[in-house]
Write a protein that binds this ligand. Structure first.
Ligand code: S3P
Length: 430
């Protein structure tokens, strides 16, 4: 599918509730399935990636039913999963593949994990290493350090003290999941704080987990206790409209019930630093806090994004790069290495699309520099998502400030995280 996106003359206006958080939706199915007993998860995200997680846990024997936006899981207990009848195809979902590997490492059976073309190119050595140290056997079936691979679990796993080489919530969560099945205390230390949804949900499900600075410790246990939860909106999905409203003149948007976990709000901090007229209102005190965001068109200025901030806005960098292109002055984004191993090499796909729009952007060894020009025209162009959902949606927002109509190729991938993105955009753009 392709999208045609024209200049938005009237701004983005109105109210919106974005879809549920993808990271929390994944974790709710994974941890819900290994609790003993039933939990109801409301406002679940039925997007491509989360359906991959649902399918995988059904194949592992969890009893999962859906009614409206609620998923009810009858968990089989920590040691109640069964060997799947065939390979588990995880589609495009890196989060599923990396975190499920930690659970499968502790099972008394073998599982083969596969994925689509993009997922089969993404590095999996980052989870293979700690899981092998814990005693699981992991065998890539086509060589290299990629999917497809076979996991042969070990019961029990060995506890380890692991330092992740990169700030990755997926790797941290994988080791913590395996730690549930290990004898004694497993610890993970990361170089910078990454999103902590796994830690929060494990605490909520009564795991023996504690945190000190950048180290999280978990003790192997007998059972997790299921409890109901409500998933807030995804700040990563909200970011497309936040930046859209900031850069399209005459905009005023209110986005309701957006997840405000402080390990995810880097985009809000950076945009405010750039001069955004953005208010966060009525943040609640839930296990995963949420609030409303009010945003108006603003004059932005360039900024420096430090390496330690990257994990707090890792998925927002494509749309942040567009905000930077519309800001006055240069924006330097440091520590871009992890961006190269996402659904696409996002340094490449952002640079390619922004260049087609006539924006000056320089790719350096471990950073990106965007030479912003507020008020300057963006030339309408043919853009390409390269099959990456966040690139597709960032390109659509760029189309709103172009001097004509942008054709965006390969946009069906938006379903991976935001199935109704185009409908919501059309509504807000009138
Ligand atoms: C995710 C963590 C991030 C992020 C991904 C979702 C998660 O990946 O890019 O979209 O749910 O844990 P890394 O932790 O590998 O950076």
């Amino acid at each position: 599918m392709d999208w045609k996106i024209k200049t938005a003359d009237k701004g983005l206006n109105g109210q919106l509730s974005v879809p549920a958080d993808k990271s929390i939706s994944h974790r709710s199915v994974m941890l819900g399935s290994i609790c003993r007993g039933e939990c109801a998860i409301s406002n679940f995200l039925f997007s491509g990636d989360c359906l991959s997680t649902l399918g995988a846990f059904r194949a592992l024997g969890a009893d999962i039913s859906t009614h409206g936006d609620t998923v009810t899981i009858k968990g089989r207990g920590l040691r109640g999963l069964k060997a799947p009848a065939g390979e588990l195809d995880l589609g495009n979902s890196g989060t599923t593949m990396r975190i499920i590997s930690g659970i499968l490492a502790g099972q008394p059976f073998q599982t083969v994990l596969t994925g689509d073309e993009s997922l089969s190119k993404r590095p999996m050595d980052r989870v293979m290493e700690p899981l092998s140290m814990m005693g699981a056997e992991i065998e890539p079936l086509e060589g290299g350090e990629h999917a497809p691979f076979r996991i042969t679990g070990r019961v029990p796993l060995k506890a380890i003290e692991y330092k992740t080489p990169m700030a990755s919530a997926q790797v941290k969560s994988c080791v913590l999941a395996a730690g549930l099945y290990a004898e004694g205390r497993t610890s993970v230390t990361e170089p910078f704080q990454s999103r902590d949804h796994t830690e929060r949900m494990m605490e909520y499900f009564c795991a023996d987990i504690s945190r000190k600075g950048l180290t999280t410790e978990i003790r192997g246990l007998d059972e997790l206790v299921p409890r109901d939860l409500v998933i807030p909106g995804d700040i990563s999905s909200a970011s497309f409209f936040i930046v859209g409203a900031l850069i399209v003149e005459g905009s005023r948007l209110v986005i309701r019930n957006v997840g405000m976990n402080p390990t995810r709000t880097g985009i809000v901090d950076v945009l405010k630093r750039m001069g955004a007229d953005l208010k966060v209102l009525d943040v609640n005190k839930e296990i995963e806090p949420a609030g409303d965001i009010e945003v108006r068109s603003s004059s932005l200025k360039g900024t420096v994004v430090e390496e330690r901030e990257i994990p707090l806005l890792i998925d927002e960098i494509p749309i942040l790069a567009l905000a930077a292109a519309r800001a006055q002055g240069d924006t330097l984004i440091k520590g871009t290495g992890e961006l190269k191993v996402k659904e696409t090499d996002r340094v490449r796909s952002v640079t390619e699309n922004l260049s087609r729009l006539g924006i000056s952007i320089e790719e350096k060894e471990d950073s990106l520099v965007i030479h912003g020009r507020s008020g300057a025209n963006i030339s309408a162009a043919e853009l390409d998502s390269f099959g990456d959902h966040r690139i597709a949606m960032s390109c659509a927002i760029a189309g709103l400030v172009s001097d004509g109509e942008c054709l965006i190729r390969n946009t069906s991938c938006a379903d991976i995280s935001y199935p109704n993105f185009l409908r919501d955009l059309q509504t807000l753009a009138g």
